[in-house]
Design a protein around this ligand. Structure first.
Ligand SMILES: Nc1nc2c(ncn2[C@@H]2O[C@H](COP(=O)(O)OP(=O)(O)OP(=O)(O)O)[C@@H](O)[C@H]2O)c(=O)[nH]1
Ligand SMILES: [Mg+2]
Length: 486
């Protein structure tokens, strides 16, 4: 229902409710004198009726105004801008091999003009067993132990009418410690024209999330309840009804099948002994074949656009992640460079107060370098303001910095042996490292030079005496001092 229409309904409902309340009030006033004269049971009845009316009005209002989650389509970049971003990353030394390979696979599949269908679902839901049922000649391993499938496998399948398709078996999700396998499965699902989402019961929260994730990429989806042989007809229908409700607006069809799988039973032998035998259950997948036939009816060409969009949207996210990581690594290099310069500057400053001058210049340089890295335009005035504010923060926080530096001298004995001025130099290393990290984090998140946000982060970092960071800074200080002595 559109928002305007909902507002109109709300207004009408409100007017009706008001009218009801006024009418009731007026009536109540008019009846007030007579009301007192009425017997008590009649007074109660009248009151109850009014209450019921008010409750009904409120529930209608709630139904009209209740919050609804709207699906927003994921951003799909155009191919050339994506290639440009990947090229820039390559120039900056990032490993873009996987992203380029994904683009290559996108083209390869388009040219092959074959329909790709990926199976997807939690471990042990019967994906590999279903592959075996759909492609009887495929050599696929299936096992009661979760996490049997470790990589993506492709198998040739065929519809009863002879139309062919490529089936992708993927590792199951939600395996403890199986994040890398899960990523493989997700990427393969995006590359397919359609996805069969397998479950073996009601959807839990993470399964519902997965299904929604696939739908957000515009994947044509079938939600398939496998192992239907384990349920009675009544139970199965109840489960299907629940799954239909859980996947409304997401799955093209919801159906139940038995992929088969294997079962063990005890066989009686002629000599009276028994042996355990494994046999394949007979698959019952007719409804799936029909639904899949309908879903893939447009053919590879007809489904290609949606597939390409999903792959590009996935690549957009992966490229974004790599961009953020590459930038963060570059930011760290910049921060380390300036922290080192600050140490050297602090050791070199002899005239009282001259270190402040040097450090002011360095702070300006650090701010400018980081802003440039994050592509944030900042004026000289903004930088000057920020450095001034950072100095203010440091003035109030200098006792904390000196305390941390003092502790570091004790904790890292190498520092203490270097003699005078080292405490001072280490304090500056800590200040510049904190300032750089605070600024980088703020620029990455806000895409602007937000002084308050960066200062708040700086305060936090100055007081954070985390072990590894201090150890790195101690090593940096020791290096810088030794270099100076040599
Ligand atoms: N009862 C019953 N069991 C089934 C059915 N299909 C598969 N199974 C059993 O379910 C278990 C897991 O089957 P797999 O095909 O290995 O499941 P998978 O989803 O590929 O598992 P992973 O590769 O670990 O993600 C096996 O013990 C199968 O025998 C079915 O239709 N009914
Ligand atoms: Mg498997």
């Amino acid at each position: 229902m559109s928002r305007r229409l909902r507002l109109l309904f709300t207004a009408l409902a409100l007017a009706a409710l008001l009218w009801l309340l006024f009418a009731a009030a007026e009536r109540a006033l008019a009846l007030a004198q007579r009301f007192l004269a009425l017997p008590e049971w009649l007074q109660w009845t009248l009151g109850s009726v009014l209450l019921v009316f008010a409750a009904a009005g409120l529930s209608v209002l709630w139904w009209l105004l209740r919050p609804r989650r709207r699906r927003r389509p994921l951003p799909v970049p155009d191919r050339s801008s994506l290639e440009q971003r990947i090229g820039q990353l390559r120039e900056r030394g990032a490993d873009t091999g996987a992203l380029a390979a994904e683009l290559g696979e996108l083209d390869r599949r388009r040219v092959s003009a074959r329909v790709y269908v990926a199976l997807f679902g939690e471990i042990s839901t019967g994906k590999s067993s279903l592959i075996r049922a759909l492609a009887p000649h495929a050599q696929v391993a299936s096992d009661a132990r979760g996490g049997t499938t470790r990589e993506v496998g492709h198998y040739d399948g065929a519809f009863p009418d002879g139309r062919t398709l490529v089936l992708a078996d993927v590792p199951g999700s939600r395996e403890a410690g199986g994040e890398a396998h899960e990523t493989l499965a997700c990427e393969e699902a995006l590359r397919a024209h359609a996805v069969i989402y397998l479950c073996a019961g009601d959807l839990n929260r993470s399964q519902a999330d997965e299904l929604r994730w696939l739908a957000d990429f515009g994947k044509p989806l079938l939600l398939v309840l496998n192992k239907a042989d384990q349920w009675t007809a009544v139970e199965r229908d109840k489960l299907l009804a629940r799954l239909t409700q859980q996947s409304r607006g997401i799955a093209s069809a919801v159906l139940a099948i038995s992929a088969g799988g294997s079962e063990r039973y005890q066989r009686q032998l002629a000599d009276g002994s028994t042996e355990s035998v494994e046999r394949q259950r007979k698959p019952a997948i007719e409804p799936l074949l029909q639904a899949l036939d309908r879903l893939t009816a447009p053919g590879a060409e007809g489904l290609e656009n949606r597939r390409e969009n999903a792959v590009l949207a996935g690549l957009h996210q992966r490229t974004g992640t790599l961009e953020a990581r590459t930038r963060a690594e570059e930011a760290e290099r910049i921060v380390r460079k300036y922290a080192r310069r600050a140490i050297v500057g602090a050791l070199a400053a002899v005239a009282p107060g001259s270190d402040l001058v040097i450090q002011g210049v360095l702070a300006t340089g650090l701010t400018r370098a980081l802003a440039e890295l994050y592509g944030v335009k900042v004026s000289d005035v903004q930088i000057e303001d920020f450095v001034q504010q950072a100095k203010l923060t440091l003035r109030t926080g200098s006792s904390i910095v000196l305390a941390v530096a003092g502790n570091a001298l004790k904790a890292f004995p190498g520092l203490g042996t270097l003699g005078g001025g080292v405490l001072h130099a280490f304090a500056y290393a800590l200040i510049f490292d904190s300032m750089g990290r605070a600024l980088a984090a703020s620029l990455a998140e806000r895409q602007s030079l937000d002084q308050d946000d960066a200062s708040a982060r700086l305060k936090e970092l100055l007081a954070d005496a985390g072990g590894t960071r201090l150890r790195q800074l101690a090593a940096l200080t020791i290096d810088a001092v030794r270099d100076r002595v040599d």
